[in-house]
Design a protein around this ligand. Structure first.
Ligand code: SF4
Length: 249
């Protein structure tokens, strides 16, 4: 990785992550991640403007969503979460006690349901053993907590950071394939950085704010969906002016 060097046309200086975050926020507005189910409602939804107001059940829902959305579209994970809600199963004690076959049936819409049931069980048992208070558990020392999450069956860096950021409200940057694609096109990365290199590049250039990281990750996902696809649709992209790959700087 070579941070901040121009790529593409060779004429553009890579825009700073902070400038990109501001431009995207201005263009797309707050995204309201992570979608959770408000009290009295039946399905998760995005809630712009109320960052950080999470009940224990909603924190657990974020953790479950991070596990269930692995290798599948969010809509499938959302269907599985709705099934869990209908059975009153978004509770650590119930998930720990629930027979594996029943859990598999409920989360079937998320795909890989046998594998994911094992992961949900492993996470629930671990969180219950740590006192079952997610707010408290996830407020521990960050590097140690991240290592602890990575030690739970089925949790890799992206899932661990999603849990830390969106359930724990901790400043952990979530790096996904979209971040790497956009970062490479903007000139933040040369070659293919590791997860940790990409995260360190971004966190080293942004204020350590969970809210900012949470919004920025969501905005990058939105950019990848609207414009920075596998084949980029640069026309109308809010970053085109400073993007070497967009060849318009
Ligand atoms: S869509 Fe085009 S202009 Fe926008 S960030 Fe991607 S490559 Fe750059």
């Amino acid at each position: 990785m070579s941070p901040g060097r121009p790529v593409g046309s060779g004429l553009c200086a890579a825009p700073s992550p902070r400038a990109v975050q501001r431009t995207l926020l201005r263009s797309f507005g707050p995204q309201g991640w992570w979608p959770v189910t408000p009290a009295g409602e039946a399905s998760p939804r995005y809630r712009p403007g109320i960052w950080g107001r999470l009940a224990q059940r909603q924190r657990l829902e974020v953790c479950l969503g991070a596990l269930l959305t692995q290798n599948t579209a969010w809509t499938n994970a959302s269907s599985a979460l709705q099934a869990l809600h209908r059975r009153g199963a978004v509770r650590l004690d119930r998930l720990v006690r629930m027979p594996a076959e029943r859990l598999q049936r409920l989360i079937r819409p998320s795909g890989y349901f046998k594998q994911k049931a094992l992961r949900v069980k492993a996470f629930s048992r671990h969180a219950a053993a740590r006192g079952a208070d997610l707010r408290r558990w996830l407020s521990g020392p960050l590097p140690k907590l991240r290592e602890e999450l990575l030690g739970i069956h089925g949790i890799g860096p992206e899932t661990a950071d999603s849990i830390l950021l969106y359930a724990g409200l901790r400043p952990a940057f979530v790096v996904d394939a979209y971040t790497l694609r956009i970062g490479a096109r903007l000139g933040w990365f040369r070659g293919r950085p590791s997860y940790q290199e990409a995260a360190a590049f971004l966190t080293g250039r942004l204020p350590a704010s969970a809210e900012l990281y949470g919004e920025f990750h969501a905005l990058l996902v939105e950019l990848a969906k609207r414009h920075c696809r596998k084949t980029p649709a640069c026309e109308g992209c809010p970053l085109r002016k400073g993007c070497g790959h967009g060849k318009n700087c």
